[in-house]
Design a binder for this molecule. Structure first.
Ligand code: SF4
Length: 314
């Protein structure tokens, strides 16, 4: 038993079996056109190690040509993927390599070209979660500043038009509504609208409850307030920045673990800091200030008391 656990531990800690790593996350765009009050995009993200930029098609192609075991890629993280001018090529190439694409971290869906809308359907983009915090433009723009609710709905209708044209269910669309004091009364209307648009519907809490606080006693949301830390991504679905920096998880914007596009994926996954970070979140090493996790609220408030277990990764 001890031997089995040891070999599992080595496998899990060292990422020796890169060939088994099928999922990655590559941020297609860290740039965003909206100005949501609680989003760090225009401050910490733009000026920090993530920076503002787009994933280049040439980097994407080279990465998946070399790492041919990859079969699923999450493209959304800090910005709006539809601002990437080479997104069409990325979607087409992923399709030709039988790679499933996701935008589960969310998109605002305000500015999507007709060509890209058609591509999403034609080339089987798997799933898109659309942030729509309201049931009309008045409440929507209170948080999604510079956005336009009606434009988003039009883009969803166009997707539905192409789905009929190509006789496909893909991409699956989800309407995700963050509940605030200014929109909580509209959740039922939004849910009906979502169903009429053949979308799934989910609500999520505002992570800064004091901003436009909920008026209701205790509103039930589909997602909990204390969302679980994404540390397991270090093993199961490492986050890569648009420019190739290995970030490890989608929450990290404090430091990187080398550049995957320049040094290679395997080398970065096996660098000393990356392995230390994994051991740190498993509670097997002390906090070290040059490891990005030491800045992370998930680590400071949760992981340090309740580290990741091997079982969480299987
Ligand atoms: S502690 Fe924070 S930065 Fe480190 S892996 Fe977990 S979520 Fe990511």
């Amino acid at each position: 038993m001890k031997l089995i656990l040891r070999s599992l531990y080595n496998r899990v800690i060292r990422n020796k079996l890169l060939s088994q790593l099928k999922n990655v996350r590559i941020d297609a765009s860290s740039v965003c056109q909206l100005d949501c009050p609680l989003c760090p995009s225009k401050k910490e993200i733009k000026s920090g190690i993530v920076g503002w930029g787009y994933l280049k098609f040439s980097d994407f192609k080279q990465f998946i040509d070399i790492n041919s075991q990859i079969s699923e890629i999450e493209l959304s993280n800090w910005g709006e993927i539809f601002l990437n001018p080479e997104l069409k090529e990325i979607i087409k190439y992923a399709y030709s390599r039988k790679i499933n694409l996701f935008a589960d971290n969310g998109v605002n869906f305000n500015s999507v070209s007709e060509e890209v809308l058609e591509c999403l359907v034609k080339y089987g983009f798997k799933r898109i979660i659309i942030s729509l915090d309201g049931a009309n433009n008045n409440s929507y723009i209170k948080y999604r500043k510079r956005g336009n609710f009606d434009k988003v709905i039009k883009n969803i209708e166009k997707i539905n038009f192409y789905k009929k044209k190509y006789k496909t269910e893909l991409p699956q669309l989800t309407w995700k509504m963050i509940l605030f004091g200014h929109n909580e009364d509209e959740a039922n209307i939004a849910e009906k609208m979502a169903h009429n648009l053949e979308m799934n519907f989910t609500t999520s809490p505002n992570w800064v409850p004091s901003w436009s606080p909920l008026k209701g006693e205790k509103i039930k949301t589909d997602e909990p307030f204390d969302c679980s830390p994404p540390c397991s991504q270090l093993w199961l679905s490492p986050q890569i920045n648009w420019d190739g920096k290995l970030l490890g998880c989608c929450a990290n914007y404090w430091g990187d673990f080398g550049n995957v596009f320049k040094e290679g994926f395997e080398k970065c996954l096996n660098n000393e800091k990356y392995i230390y970070a994994k051991r740190m979140v498993m509670g097997k090493e002390k906090t070290r200030s040059d490891i990005p996790c030491s800045n992370c609220h998930h680590y400071q408030f949760q992981i340090i008391h309740s580290p990741i277990k091997i079982q969480d990764l299987l």
